[in-house]
Design a protein around this ligand. Sequence first.
Ligand SMILES: NC(=O)c1ccc[n+]([C@@H]2O[C@H](COP(=O)([O-])OP(=O)(O)OC[C@H]3O[C@@H](n4cnc5c(N)ncnc54)[C@H](O)[C@@H]3O)[C@@H](O)[C@H]2O)c1
Length: 453
Amino acid sequence: MSYAEILRSRIEDRSALVGIVGMGYVGLPLALAFTEAGFQVLGFDIDETKVHKLNRGESYIRHLDGHRVERAWSSGRLCATTDFSRLREPDAILICVPTPLGPHREPDLSYVINTAHQIAAALRPGQLVVLESTTYPGTTDEILKAILEGSQAASPQNVPAAVVDPPARLVCGQDFFLAFSPEREDPGNKNYGTTNTPKVVGGVDPVSGDLAQALYGQVVSRTVRVSSARVAEATKLLENIFRAVNIALVNEMKVILDEMGIDIWEVIEAAKTKPFGFMPFYPGPGIGGHCIPLDPFYLSWKAAEYGIWARFIELAGEVNSAMPRYVLGKTVEALNRHGKSVVGARVLILGIAYKENLDDDRESPSYELIELFQRRGAQCFYCDPHFPEARVGRKNRRAMKSVPLNAEEFARYDVLVLATAHNEFLDPALYKRAPLVVDTRGVLPKAPNVVRA
Ligand SMILES: NC(=O)c1ccc[n+]([C@@H]2O[C@H](COP(=O)([O-])OP(=O)(O)OC[C@H]3O[C@@H](n4cnc5c(N)ncnc54)[C@H](O)[C@@H]3O)[C@@H](O)[C@H]2O)c1
């Protein structure tokens, strides 16, 4: 029996041990999907707090049903570790580590590369490695493959005697297997989760692609096989660039229509009644999250290597990143109309999370708003029921605490800027006594004290 055949039979009878490196917003739901399908999962993370929580059956992601983590843990199928020498245990290793941007908007693959070296140090014949982190085409078959193939083989685990003679150097597609399968997690989406979202899979070689497809086929309702890891990598980038460009388009439309005295949200509501050829996207105070603000630049960076200037991507980035300043300008204008200067004004930002009803503040435009208001001399505060405290981070320079969420408190500020449409902010009674509200999401009913921006 070949390594591929042994692995396939373990996948099919669900006795394969699945290792997941990076137990964050992507890795943890994926781990739960595998445990719920009957697989044993071993999670790897450098964050000891997360590992300890998982090993007590506790979740650290608010929008994820805590009972699912508890059930996975009490079934004995979910276990986590910070010991990366255990990477030789899993039959399949799924990499879900961060892929941020560096200070000059260049891809930062250091997490992926470190993980690849850790896997290489433990790699044994018969393992399948799948990269799930979003990245530019070529990462899996250029970078990962080279690191893994350069490794010395560890002795195989639980492999029948006929194949226990490991080669000195492991060959991809023969001794170990390598694929890319993008993650399409949409945090907080009530209709689509890990198992009912089709999963795109592309192998570095056909055997690797077959095995990765067989693995995901056990847990997701539909796999979409593509011809290579590069096609799978490019698919994910197209999806996110499509979103970034369309969000930029509605943001630009918002600015134009506002000058004409037309409400963009009303226009979108009407346009979306067209049953074909239109898909609604919504304007906002800027874009946030770990994907849309970052991923497009993975492609524009790689395109430059081929002498191509990715104009749409750069333009979308320019339009979207101008939105916090646009909101600032509209707020200053509205304050002026109330006879109030921005200098010394008490400004309350509603929402620190980048998306409604989530406890995720990565790349949130709210931090930029806070900084812009402070630089103009305003006293800036925030309220977010999902973030009692805002810790200092890449985008946030000052630790802050949320103010209470009630109408009495809201009446104490010169202006409220609704940046995130959390359900808790949608009650119009909250704003009855507020002098001025700037609604960047178009969710509050029209009222004399409400301005849309
Ligand atoms: N969050 C999303 O909605 C989403 C959706 C699609 C794709 N992605 C992509 O998935 C990848 C992971 O994103 P995420 O949102 O889960 O990030 P995350 O920050 O929530 O999780 C990453 C985890 O990896 C851990 N980690 C960091 N370095 C590590 C290392 N060397 N070894 C082991 N663990 C390590 C961190 O402690 C953290 O728990 C990124 O490439 C992202 O672009 C994310």
